[in-house]
Design a binder for this molecule. Structure first.
Ligand code: GUN
Length: 281
């Protein structure tokens, strides 16, 4: 079984990106900039944002975090986004989710210029991805995709099953694999026989937030299994895949933690650099 080392893959990707940033600096005499907006003081968001900032600095990006208190007005955020949209030194804008209840998430996402939308959440980018046009791609599925391609460069005709249909993961992941000529099934809570669907899969991507849902007898021998889940349980953090038992049947499997997580952040940096390059054309 191949244990997919997300930490190592992310470190390798960061090395490539660092080189690219240095080349861009020589060519344009400036570096891509990432601005993150963080609202409130939720611990997980604080940790994510700190990691993003650290990684951005490591590859040589210009990085800025703008913090607001939980009670900040929606208009203050929308005005700041407008200002950042017009700031030439800002290549990418990310508003850390979740947002406080009084702020309309969709309004915020749509306020970000599609050309600076490093999350790939803007409807323009969602549409472009599904039409097969150039777009920002959400960081988590992009990271999963790169790890799958490393294991199996030719995905032609493979059966891929998404467990979960979220806008963050299941849907964009399906689009990426469809582009690679996979036959894609998106399952969800109303799917009649989830186990039977998974048993058909050459590739399973689990992103539903149910601890250890995908069992060994759901997985075809030699399938590639990607676990996007991060679930807090009595025995610590576990994924959506029963790691121990599935590791005995899968060809390749991502651990939790140390699998998808590190690649997500590296892909955010990649998206920032892509936005910068497109802005220079
Ligand atoms: N919160 C957790 N994951 C994400 C992400 O990928 N993007 C944003 N903006 N917020 C998040």
């Amino acid at each position: 079984m191949i244990l997919i080392d997300g930490k190592k893959a992310a470190a390798e990707l960061r090395e490539e990106l660092k080189k690219e940033v240095s080349e861009l600096k020589t060519k344009y005499n400036k570096v891509p900039g990432l601005t993150v907006i963080l609202i409130g003081d939720m611990a997980p968001s604080q940790i994510y944002v700190r990691n993003k900032e650290k990684s951005a600095n490591e590859v040589g990006l210009k990085s800025e975090v703008i913090k607001y208190p939980e009670a900040v007005e929606e208009k203050t955020i929308l005005d700041k986004i407008e200002e950042l949209n017009n700031d030439e030194t800002v290549s990418g804008i990310l508003v850390q989710l979740p947002l406080p209840k009084h702020i309309d998430k969709q309004k915020v996402i749509e306020a970000i210029a599609p050309s600076k939308d490093v999350d790939g959440f803007h409807p323009m980018n969602v549409g472009n991805l599904s039409s097969g046009y150039e777009s920002s791609v959400p960081c988590t599925p992009l990271g999963c995709y790169l790890m799958i391609k490393k294991i199996e460069p030719n995905l032609n005709g493979k059966k891929a099953v998404m467990v979960g249909r979220s806008n963050l993961n299941g849907k964009p992941m399906a689009q990426l694999l469809l582009k690679e000529n996979c036959t894609v099934t998106i399952t969800h809570s109303k799917t009649k026989d989830l186990k039977a669907e998974c048993l058909e899969a050459d590739i399973i991507v689990a992103a539903v937030g149910i601890p250890e849902l995908v069992k060994a007898d759901w997985v075809k021998k030699d399938a590639i299994v990607i676990d996007v889940g991060i679930n807090k349980t009595d025995k610590g953090i576990v994924g959506d895949v029963a790691f121990e038992e599935v590791s005995k049947v899968a060809k390749a499997l991502t651990p939790v933690p140390g699998g998808v997580g590190p690649m997500t952040i590296a892909c955010l940096l990649k998206n920032t650099i892509e936005c910068f390059k497109r802005s220079q054309r």
